[in-house]
Design a protein. Structure first.
Length: 248
C-alpha cells in the first residue's frame, strides 16, 4: 500500500485507518520495520477517552483498524464508510502467509493449556507454520523482561499477543523497541477460538455485526465489562458528530 495514499480519520481524538484487510496485510508483509497493529473497539476508545496514557498508547501504533462494529457505525454517522476488519481474521491471514513464506511466528497469551491447544490446532490447519516461540499470558513485570529477551533472540517475524487491552498493547510496544522487524498484532481472545475452547460466532452474526452479542450469550460474565462501556460510547457519538473532524 502506498503510504502517501493512506487514509486516516479521527474518532474521539484517536486516529482510525480507513482501509481494507487486504491493504493492511500487504503493507505489513512488505514492511522492513516493526509494525504494531491495534484492532480498536468501543471499549478501548471509552477507556482511553479521559486517560492520556492509554490514548497515547493507541496513537503510537502503526495501524489502528476498526474491529468493533460500533466503530464502523460511529464512523458512518460521521459520513465515513468503511468495513470492519476483525483482528482474528487479519492475524490468521498473516499466519497463512507466514506458512507460505516460512516466516517465524511467536504466540503470547491465554493460559498454558489454551496456548498449547491453540498451537496444536493451528499446526493442524497450517502444518508448515514455523512457531518458534510461545508463552502463556500470566506473567509479572520481571517475567515480562525475560520473555522479551527470549523473543528478541527468537526474532519472530510475526508476534501475536492475546493479553487483553491494554496489557497486550503495552507488551507489543515494549517488544517493538527491541525488534528488528516484526508484525505485531493484539489478538484479544483469538487463542480461545483457535484452541476450540470457544466457538466464533456463526456467519450470520458476523454479517449482521452481532458477533459481540453472540460472545455475550456464550460468556454472560462479559456483561459487566461491556456495560456501561458500550452505552457510554453510543451516547458520545452525537457529540462527536457536532465537532469538526480532521483527516490524518
Amino acid at each position: 500500500m502506498n503510504e502517501n495514499k493512506r487514509k486516516r480519520t479521527c474518532l474521539f481524538g484517536l486516529p482510525i485507518d480507513i482501509t481494507t484487510k487486504e491493504e493492511v496485510k500487504a503493507s505489513l508483509l512488505s514492511s522492513q520495520t516493526p509494525q504494531q497493529v491495534i484492532t480498536i473497539n468501543p471499549e478501548m476508545i471509552t477507556k482511553s477517552y479521559k486517560n492520556a496514557a492509554l490514548s497515547k498508547l493507541i496513537k503510537t501504533a502503526d495501524w489502528i483498524i476498526p474491529d468493533g462494529i460500533g466503530i464502523v457505525i460511529a464512523l458512518k454517522i460521521l459520513g465515513i464508510n468503511t468495513k470492519r476488519i476483525p483482528g482474528i481474521e487479519l492475524a490468521f491471514e498473516c499466519l497463512k502467509e507466514a506458512e507460505k513464506r516460512g516466516l517465524k511466528v511467536a504466540l503470547v497469551g491465554a493460559d498454558e493449556e489454551t496456548i498449547n491447544r491453540a498451537k496444536k490446532e493451528l499446526l493442524q490447519t497450517l502444518p508448515n507454520l514455523r512457531i518458534v516461540y510461545s508463552h502463556n499470558g500470566y506473567f509479572n513485570e520481571s517475567e515480562e523482561k525475560e520473555i522479551l529477551s527470549e523473543l528478541k533472540n527468537a526474532e519472530p517475524e510475526i508476534l501475536l499477543a492475546g493479553l487483553g487491552f491494554p496489557k497486550q498493547e503495552i507488551f507489543l510496544q515494549n517488544f517493538k523497541k527491541i525488534a528488528k522487524s516484526s508484525i505485531m498484532i493484539g489478538v484479544g481472545g483469538s487463542f480461545d477460538v483457535w484452541s476450540k475452547k470457544l466457538k466464533r460466532a456463526p456467519q450470520i452474526f458476523q454479517k449482521l455485526g452481532l458477533e459481540w452479542f453472540y460472545r455475550l450469550l456464550c460468556q454472560p460474565s462479559r456483561l459487566k465489562r461491556m456495560f456501561p462501556t458500550i452505552p457510554l460510547f453510543l451516547l458520545k457519538i452525537p457529540l462527536e458528530h457536532k465537532l469538526h473532524r480532521r483527516e490524518y
